[in-house]
Ligand binder design. Structure first.
Ligand code: HEM
Length: 219
């Protein structure tokens, strides 16, 4: 049996944000499907009920996003260090990591990235989380708020090309989140056990093999 070391990887505010956000995004995707295709999908009964739930989930996601931003910017002050890829990450790191996920993982080879609380994310995670958290999530929040307040935001809507344009953009962003969710959850199961990366998102602690730490990683 290899000796184990417990590393405190995910602080409580990040965990609270993450699960509020995950629950909110999944609710948004399902209610959004009913709102977009009311003739084919009816999960929540009345159309109005789906809209009300969609708006509530949107508010939960927006508020929890502010919690995430405040925590990483003001309290932990590690937002840029954790989330922004370095030049090396982009030049070679992402390809090394992709090669691991597509090939060497299946040959039982070790993960090229070793997570520590200061370097939690591998280059692919950094790139994906950067796009999701700094571009797509703010865009989906802003477009959602505009669609919630169409009348008072009329001038802004016209400036952006009209309501149809905005609805189309909001829908495309939702498709990106749905695609991200599948990949994100699949990659999260590729730890040394399928639940190894879910545990630290629940209780904060990640289990590391001390003499084989390269194998323990976050996808
Ligand atoms: C049911 C849905 C979800 C599940 C089961 C899930 C699962 C996980 C797991 C296991 C981790 C830890 C391993 C890792 O860093 O990859 C994680 C981290 C993360 N997830 Fe998710 N996730 C979900 C939804 C989402 C959504 C919707 C977003 C963004 C819109 C998201 C963004 C993130 C971010 C940014 C991290 C890193 C957090 C940090 O440590 O700072 N997740 N997720």
């Amino acid at each position: 049996m290899k000796p184990k070391e417990m590393v405190y990887m995910t602080p409580l505010p990040v965990r609270i944000w993450h699960w509020l956000n995950a629950f909110g995004i999944v609710t948004l995707c399902v209610t959004g499907l009913q709102i977009r295709f009311p003739d084919y999908i009816n999960v929540f009964g009345a159309y109005k009920a789906a809209i009300r739930l969609h708006n509530t989930a949107g508010m939960v996601v927006s508020i929890s996003y502010l919690l995430w931003l405040t925590y990483y910017l003001v309290v932990a002050r590690s937002l840029l260090k954790l989330y922004v890829p370095t030049r090396d990450d982009l030049k070679s790191g992402v390809f090394r990591q992709a090669y691991f996920y597509f090939r060497t993982y299946f040959l039982g080879k070790p993960n090229p990235h070793h997570s520590t609380p200061d370097h939690k994310f591998n280059p692919m995670q950094k790139a994906a989380y950067l796009v999701i958290m700094f571009i797509l999530l703010p865009l989906v929040i802003v477009s959602g708020v505009l669609l919630m307040y169409v009348a008072p935001m009329r001038e802004v809507l016209l400036l952006l090309g009209g309501i149809k344009m905005l609805v189309g953009a909001h829908f495309l962003l939702a498709c990106c989140f749905t695609a991200f969710l599948f990949v994100h959850i699949y990659l999260a199961t590729l730890g040394h056990t399928p639940l190894a990366h879910f545990k630290p998102m629940w209780n904060g602690w990640e289990e590391e093999n001390v003499d084989d730490s390269v194998r323990d990683h976050t996808p």
